[in-house]
Unconditional design. Structure first.
Length: 317
């Protein structure tokens, strides 16, 4: 049974992919025993990789290898050689240059295929983009605008603003207060070498999904820069006469490959934002404000935080 693997070979109509090395041996100009004396390497036209080893066709080598190249010589013969043989027989610089040129062309072809295939999803992706960009419902735009809007003392009050700002910086949503330590607790602290006064931290609860507070900018970037701009790039590529700019095509193909994962990331953040903006999530914060805060602006803070909480949905809705 012939060894199976993957072969990429450049043809007159572009790259084709084969899976059986016997297909290469059947090519009209291919020779499986090749004497390189007096012959030059013209072009690297293919590459292969197999689980089993393929013998090098050079007469002074014939060593088996799993990866190699198919080359065209000055005698218009085709043969297969390993990487080391190519450099040893035909010169390091010459072989490296031809190999690099081949790999660049292969990458260009692969990237064009990725871009071409991504065209099939453009309508679906544009529909998702429009949903997340328009001012309608609980989408990405709603999430980043709401997250940005609440981060103001005029909306939620100075007390809640400072608490949420701390949570955003520490990524810790715990709502805590300090109480004076009991005599027994004070003795323990003293034995530990701590200096008075002694306090014990009490956790009142936790504001969950606090990570969304730092993700509004990420949402805007994903929607406006990563996805919207990528769809435009894909849409504007002329596949009948495409650019051969390797770096440009690589960047577009990479971005195209990331579109689905970017949409998943957007949906994940939006879902967490919806869970963040429920009344019950802010109960611990409100309790701390009402029961423990003693500032002169307490009533103003209560009114603003109450109005904000009342504008939210209940958890079960």
């Amino acid at each position: 049974m012939p060894p199976k693997g993957i072969i990429n070979i450049n043809s007159s109509t572009g790259f084709i992919q084969l899976y059986d090395f016997d297909e290469i041996k059947k090519r009209e100009k291919f020779v499986s025993i090749f004497d390189p004396k007096g012959k030059e390497l013209v072009k690297v036209i293919g590459s292969y990789e197999f689980d089993e080893e393929i013998h090098c066709s050079l007469t002074d080598c014939n060593q088996p290898h799993k990866k190699g190249f198919i080359v065209l010589t000055s005698t218009e013969e085709e043969t297969n050689i390993g990487n080391n043989c190519g450099e040893r027989i035909f010169g390091h610089i010459h072989f490296s240059t031809l190999r690099k040129s081949y790999k660049t062309e292969l990458e260009i072809e692969n990237n064009l295929n990725i871009i071409s295939n991504s065209r099939d999803n453009l309508d679906k992706w544009y529909e998702q983009l429009i949903f997340h960009y328009n001012k309608s419902g609980n989408n990405a735009r709603w999430a980043w605008e709401t997250l940005t809007r609440i981060f103001s003392p005029s909306v939620i009050g100075q007390f809640a603003y400072k608490e949420l700002d701390r949570m955003k910086r520490t990524l810790d949503g715990k709502v805590t207060v300090d109480r004076v330590a009991t005599p027994k607790e004070a003795e323990i602290f003293k034995a530990q070498g701590k200096k008075p006064p002694y306090f014990v931290e009490i956790t009142l609860g936790e504001v969950k999904y606090i990570s969304v507070l730092s993700q509004s900018d990420e949402l805007k970037r994903l929607v406006l820069d990563d996805i919207r701009d990528t769809l435009r790039l894909i849409d504007n590529i002329d596949l009948n006469n495409p650019t051969r700019d390797y770096k440009k095509l690589s960047e577009i193909a990479k971005r195209a490959n990331n579109i689905e994962s970017n949409f998943k990331r957007i949906n994940f953040i939006v879902e967490n934002t919806k869970k963040f903006f429920v009344k019950q999530n802010f109960d611990p914060l409100y309790s701390k404000l009402v029961d423990y805060y003693a500032g002169s602006d307490k009533n103003v803070n209560i009114n603003r935080l109450s109005n904000f909480i009342n504008s939210l949905k209940n958890q079960e809705e």
